[in-house]
Design a protein around this ligand. Structure first.
Ligand code: GRG
Length: 320
């Protein structure tokens, strides 16, 4: 992931994206909305999704222009807006090392600031990028909402199917990774096949990203997570790694968080999940179109496996 974020062309593009995000997040007529939106934006975040937008643009031989920079900023604004809504739904108090908007300003203000960020991204896409890009982003917000809705309907349901869990994370997480790549492919006027290939790559990587996030929540030590493990379990969320482990070993208890976490430590949940993700990584690489730029090709081909290796290291640190 560091390779992606630190490559000079991408790092340079990300600085421009940052300026654009700040401008969009500060564009309300109401100073209170600007302060709130700026708060979550300046709190940090890896900027992984806009970095993928820039990498895709470079993969198609384009130096990211003003439209691609705006598209990347819109993607991050949608991500940050959905985090505001997610924190609100979870009653979370900390995000990106800072207090959440719901904790700081109350739920009502957090809700509409999240709305503002999502809507502002849509407006910028239609006015400053293009109609096809705006359509992709609007459809992605629909998928985010549907993915999150599915998750909510399955809370506290240990009989949730793995298909349902997969469908939910495809909407709530993978759709935005898919869009991050697709918008740049559209701006580069890539062929329909190239667009579909890049979109499939982004979606596979997004699935890996979410599944490993879910795995770490069940298996990583508190100091690696920055929060206690078992957060999802406490909320009644049965994630894909957990459902798969429970299907393999039906004796795993699931009515007591600590007992579940302890039982999971005796299972093969870590290698099984990593293996599943390596399968997705191989699908992601198979989807990639031809990339002529050597440096960008190396980064995009390496990213899924590098991320899986990085997470594997985090889980090994726990065992030692
Ligand atoms: C879009 C109308 C509308 C509502 C939102 C709440 C919701 C519906 C969607 C939530 C989707 C969500 C929070 C998915 C989790 C995605 C995820 C893995 C977030 C963490 O991403 P990182 O690690 O975060 O990239 P940083 O802070 O680095 O940007």
């Amino acid at each position: 992931m560091d390779e992606l974020l630190n490559t000079p062309a991408i790092a340079h593009g990300l600085r421009r994206v940052e300026t654009r995000i700040r401008r969009l997040a500060g564009s309300s007529a109401l100073p209170g909305i600007n302060t709130g939106a700026d708060r979550i934006i300046t709190a940090g975040g890896k900027r992984l999704r806009p970095a993928l937008t820039l990498a895709t643009s470079l993969a198609f031989g384009r130096t990211p222009d003003r439209r691609v920079i705006t598209a990347a900023a819109c993607v991050e604004l949608i991500h940050a807006g959905s985090l505001v809504h997610d924190d609100l739904m979870d009653h979370a108090t900390q995000r990106r090392g800072a207090r959440t908007l719901n904790a700081e300003l109350g739920e009502g203000k957090a809700l509409v600031i999240g709305d503002f960020m999502l809507a502002r991204a849509g407006l910028a896409a239609i006015t400053s990028v293009s109609r096809p890009v705006a359509e992709v982003l609007a459809a992605t917000v629909v998928e985010l909402a549907e993915g999150q809705y599915l998750e909510t309907t399955d809370l506290h349901n240990p009989h949730r199917t793995t298909e349902s869990a997969l469908r939910s994370i495809t909407g709530k997480t993978a759709a935005l990774f898919r869009a991050s790549c697709l918008v740049a492919a559209i701006c580069a006027r890539a062929s329909a096949e190239e667009r579909a290939r890049m979109a499939a790559y982004g979606e596979r990587f997004g699935l890996i990203f979410q599944i490993l996030d879910d795995l770490l929540d069940l298996t990583a030590p508190a100091q690696a997570l920055g929060k206690p493990a078992g957060n999802d379990l406490r909320q009644g969320l049965y994630t894909l790694p957990l459902l798969t482990a429970m299907a393999k070993d039906p004796s795993i208890p699931h009515d007591d968080v600590e007992a579940t976490l302890a039982a999971l430590r005796q299972t093969s949940i870590v290698p099984d999940t990593l293996e599943y993700c390596r399968g997705l990584a191989s699908d992601a690489l198979a989807a990639l179109p031809v990339i002529h730029d050597r440096e960008i090709a190396t980064i995009m081909y390496g990213l899924p496996t590098a991320y899986i290796d990085h997470v594997e290291l985090q889980t090994l640190t726990r065992a030692s």
